[in-house]
Design a protein around this ligand. Structure first.
Ligand SMILES: [Zn+2]
Ligand SMILES: [Zn+2]
Length: 392
């Protein structure tokens, strides 16, 4: 019963013409002046609740303008009607002058009634009145940010389709499909060469998500560069990395990639954004490893690289299992503690991700003999045991 009342309300709310008539709205505004409400007839209508003082609203406007232009160019007849949350007419004018769509003329009371009618609780809000079943609680803004004009007509059916396309792309990991864009079938190198994506065939690929503004990215980039150079010495170039930048602008992107020996997806098209979404990248740095036969080997390449370095190549589960087994075996052959002639305390066997040996000053990894009293570490091979006779 409650459901049918709600549905009836929803159907009624979708008939914007009737609502405008009931509210006494005689015309809408366009950038060229007044237009009759009837000019919306036959179009897919979207209500856009927004305000000039709201930063997320201002951020969304360029995305919506692109969506609006793309859909109208494609021949989908759509109209966006702006309903203002602005405090006064000057805020409204300021906001509206940069947009190509229509607006309900500024009238704070009328706007409040419309906001209540559509139960708008947050800014910005974007309501498709043509939708088959998306309710206003759903994150329409997120959907636009994720898929842009592709999401049209913003129905649940279309969203499910898009999600299953993403899933297929993730599972098939076809590089051409993931990394090319319309007329572009190349990546760019540090020295601005265009490298065809087809040249990646048969290699192990790391999709590297990072940004110049992120210190953890810089730290991991250094490790990845070591592994990259280590694996690609000689003529056998078996490991390629592709930068998927999340830099804030083109300048940062250029600084970021200038320090990297590998390839990059150009900054300007949607591909970077799409690949982030397809692999559900929530934080940077992140590295997705794809095998030569085009299957994802690891979603957590950062862990694989930072734990095992180039030793882990070709990064398969089997290779990681072998490495771990060899490490266990190595540890089992070592004593739990030793007395070393160079140090006054007992040293205990320890597992460390990275350390510097206090004898030879070189980097160490995994097994170490460490002092629990002071900060002192030795490579197992740098230990010089106190002989039994001396210690007596
Ligand atoms: Zn050492
Ligand atoms: Zn000590």
């Amino acid at each position: 019963m409650a459901g049918s009342v709600h549905e009836a309300k929803l159907v009624e709310s979708h008939d914007i013409m009737k609502i405008f008539a009931a509210e006494g709205v005689e015309f809408l505004l366009s950038c060229d002046g007044k237009v009759p409400v009837s000019s919306c007839k036959g179009k897919a209508i979207f209500l856009f609740f927004s305000a000039n003082w709201c930063r997320p609203c201002r951020t969304l406007v360029p995305l919506l303008v692109e969506l609006y232009d793309t859909l109208n160019k494609k021949g989908n007849s759509i109209e966006i009607i702006f309903i203002s949350f602005d405090h006064d007419e000057s805020g409204f004018d300021q906001h509206f002058k940069s947009t190509p769509w229509l607006a309900v003329p500024f009238d704070a009371n009328l706007h409040r009634r419309l906001i209540n009618r559509y139960q708008v609780h947050r800014l910005p809000s974007f309501l498709p009145l043509c939708s088959d079943g998306i309710t206003i609680e759903e994150d329409m803004i997120g959907c636009i940010e994720d898929y842009g004009a592709e999401a049209f007509p913003f129905t649940n059916k279309r969203l499910q389709e898009l999600k299953s396309i993403d899933q297929r792309k993730r599972e098939e990991a076809n590089l051409e499909e993931l990394l090319a864009h319309e007329a572009r079938n190349f990546l760019i190198s540090r020295d601005d060469r265009k490298v065809p994506i087809s040249e990646l065939a048969g290699k192990t690929i790391g999709l590297y998500f990072c940004a110049d503004w992120s210190p953890p990215s810089s730290a991991f980039s250094a490790q990845l560069t070591d592994v990259y150079n280590n694996l690609n010495t000689g003529k056998d170039h078996c490991f390629e990395v592709v930068l998927i930048s999340t830099d804030r602008d083109l300048r940062e992107f250029n600084v970021n990639r200038s320090s990297m020996p590998w390839l990059a997806v150009p900054y300007m098209d949607r591909t970077r954004h799409d690949v982030c979404r397809i692999f559900d990248i929530k934080g940077i740095p992140a590295l997705v490893l794809i095998g030569p036969e085009g299957k994802v080997i690891s979603m957590n390449g950062k862990f694989v690289i930072s734990s095992y370095g180039a030793e882990a190549f070709p990064f398969t589960d089997a290779r990681i299992r072998d490495l771990e087994a060899a490490l266990r075996k190595e540890g089992e052959a070592l004593p739990q503690e030793v007395e070393d002639v160079k140090h006054e305390h007992i040293l205990k066997l320890d597992m460390a991700k990275a350390y510097v040996c206090d004898f030879c000053r070189k980097q160490g990894k995994f097994w170490a003999f460490s002092c629990y009293v002071c900060d002192y570490d030795l490579h197992p091979s740098c230990v010089e045991k106190v002989s039994k006779v001396e210690s007596l």
